[in-house]
Design a protein around this ligand. Sequence first.
Ligand SMILES: *[C@@H]1O[C@H](CO)[C@@H](O)[C@H](O)[C@H]1NC(C)=O
Ligand SMILES: *[C@@H]1O[C@H](CO)[C@@H](O)[C@H](O)[C@H]1NC(C)=O
Length: 370
Amino acid sequence: MRFGLSTAYALALVTGASAAPSTVTARQNSPFNTAAITDFAEPWALAFLPDNRILVTEKRGQLRLVDPNTKAKGTITGVPSVRYGGQGGFGDVALHPRFSENNLIYISYAEAGTGGSGAAVARARLVLNTSGGGALQNVEVIWRQSQKVNGDGHFAHRILFDSNSTLWISSGERQQFDPAQSMTSNLGKIIRLNDDGTVAAGNPFTGTVGSQVWALGVRNPLGIDFDEQGRLWEVEMGPMGGDELNLIEKGGNYGWPIVSQGNHYDGRPIPNHNTRPEFIAPKAFWNPVISPSSVIIYKGDLFRNWRGNAIISALGAQGLVRVEITGNTAREAQRISLGRRIRCVRQGSDGALWVLEDGAGGRLLKLTPR
Ligand SMILES: *[C@@H]1O[C@H](CO)[C@@H](O)[C@H](O)[C@H]1NC(C)=O
Ligand SMILES: *[C@@H]1O[C@H](CO)[C@@H](O)[C@H](O)[C@H]1NC(C)=O
């Protein structure tokens, strides 16, 4: 009896030993100190003002302004009516590179219209008041997806400026497949425009819609960022087993929906990239998928060894995926669980990482080195 109890106790210890240390190890291995600032209703994107306050979009169409020091949360009125549902709603927000002079911000969102819905990008003057809120004025739509279609998937609609104030938009293929290869559609493309929405000089293609296009054949490109050499990196949600990190080249065709490292979700195969070398293959891909929701190329000093790495926020993988980039090659170096689907990652001016959790009650977290 005594022996039996001891055995049971020993077994319990063994069982406990296999679970407890791994939990402790996971915590000890976290590279972050985490500060939760405040929460939101389905946050999607964030952008820093010059005074380090933060604009946060909420998918149903609210634009919020947060002071991370006081945690006060105000509202910016004047956002256009958004088409909310599925993957659609209020999307990205970005400041014009000369925001301090012109107060212009750019927003992307899904809008309803003839044929269904489509992504739009607008610019507006941000006018702040003294009580932590404000309004958008002179809202002007400067770009739209070229056709509205039924369904609520694959808008993507990330917006990014380069150092020349050129505007880049990632346009998803709206689950329509073939338009990603058509130069009469801007679905499934990387778009390059002037800051007023006109076509930028030097784009590789011609035609009413084609002249907007920098690269084609992308699926659901939810993240874009430049590295310190000025190269553009993109992450996209692929089909089953085919999430991608791509290095975007002028005029490049990335092959969707003709080739992919993954297969359709109904199991139908898609030929791999190596069958069609004329399409540019990803620098890294994921099977099983991670569901990348945004990307930055880290340019700070706070996480000293991460400079030049791609930091990918992930929905399915519920955290951050760090990818080391060496020349033209990329490989996953670390996967950091944050225990929730992560919608967006951005770098603050001090080098800290700021992330938004996905969904109802999603929090804004500031991550600094432990
Ligand atoms: C500031 O803007 C917000 C949102 O438009 C508004 O609710 C608030 O009343 C404004 N405060 C002042 C002092 O105008
Ligand atoms: C900005 O313009 C300069 C001069 O045309 C060019 O060399 C540089 O590559 C551009 N930067 C980006 C990020 O496109």
